[in-house]
Ligand binder design. Structure first.
Ligand code: ZN
Length: 242
């Protein structure tokens, strides 16, 4: 038996609560509450220990067949030319693109350089455009991340800051957790506590369903080290014009 076949098979076909049976078993009664209030349960993305025992190819095949079932249950005619390639397309997109950041193997390699120019002020990389997906509804979250750090002697290639943001965006996410994950990763790779992350994002689960508000956006921030100082924080916010 494949590692997660048991869990898949337990998922009720008529899944009346609209959520993954796999999770409702574990968190039971308060699952819907979490879904509506967008509260993350932990800084780490909740992954099972066997999350990467299946190869990407096996995952694509299994998701393809399950997605075909979902479309079929919805009554879509999968013999239609326009629809018959969709299950495989979605499966590949999940594994290789929009959820590829679940796999630690896909984390960007970070190289640091000596701070030869003795630059001692904060470095701000602003307007890092990302798209992610809400883990409660599996619809897009898109927006901009602004990150800053003050070097402790080493500096990072600028594009790596974008890559770190993109890596954590390519998972089912909660904005609060994504903000913390990016901050923790930056602190680790840059070997400094002096890190700030601010994310301003739109959630399709708010704009296209539920309250249907297309104009609101969500701001989250994480400040550590010197950024806890209000002057330093103000300087950062001035640079990103918040
Ligand atoms: Zn949502």
């Amino acid at each position: 038996m494949k590692p997660n076949e048991t869990l898949w098979n337990q998922t009720p076909v008529n899944g009346s609560n609209g959520h993954n049976g796999n999770h409702s078993g574990k968190h039971g009664h308060f699952h819907d509450e979490i879904g509506e209030n967008h509260v993350a349960t932990s800084v780490e993305t909740p992954l099972r220990p066997d999350a990467f025992e299946l190869s990407d190819e096996q995952k694509i095949e299994m998701i393809e067949s399950r997605f075909r079932e979902i479309m079929d249950i919805l009554g879509l005619d999968l013999n239609d030319d326009s629809l018959n390639g969709t299950p495989r397309r979605v499966a590949k997109m999940y594994v290789k693109e929009i959820f590829s950041g679940l796999n630690p193997e896909n984390k960007p390699e970070i190289t640091l350089f000596d701070n030869h120019y003795n630059y001692r002020e904060m470095l701000v990389e602003k307007d890092i455009t990302f798209s992610s997906n809400c883990e409660h509804h599996f619809v897009p979250i898109y927006g901009r991340a602004h990150v800053a750090y003050i070097s402790k002697g080493k500096v990072i290639g600028l594009s790596k800051l974008n890559r770190i943001v993109q890596h954590f965006a390519r998972r089912p996410q909660v904005q609060e957790r994504m903000t913390r994950q990016i901050a923790e990763e930056l602190k680790k790779v840059l070997n400094t506590e002096d890190v700030a992350v601010l994310i301003d994002a739109n959630h399709m689960c708010v704009s296209s369903r539920g309250v249907m508000d297309p104009n609101s956006s969500t701001i989250t921030a994480d400040y550590s080290g010197k950024f806890k100082n209000s002057e330093t924080r103000k300087e950062f916010l001035r640079y990103i014009k918040m």
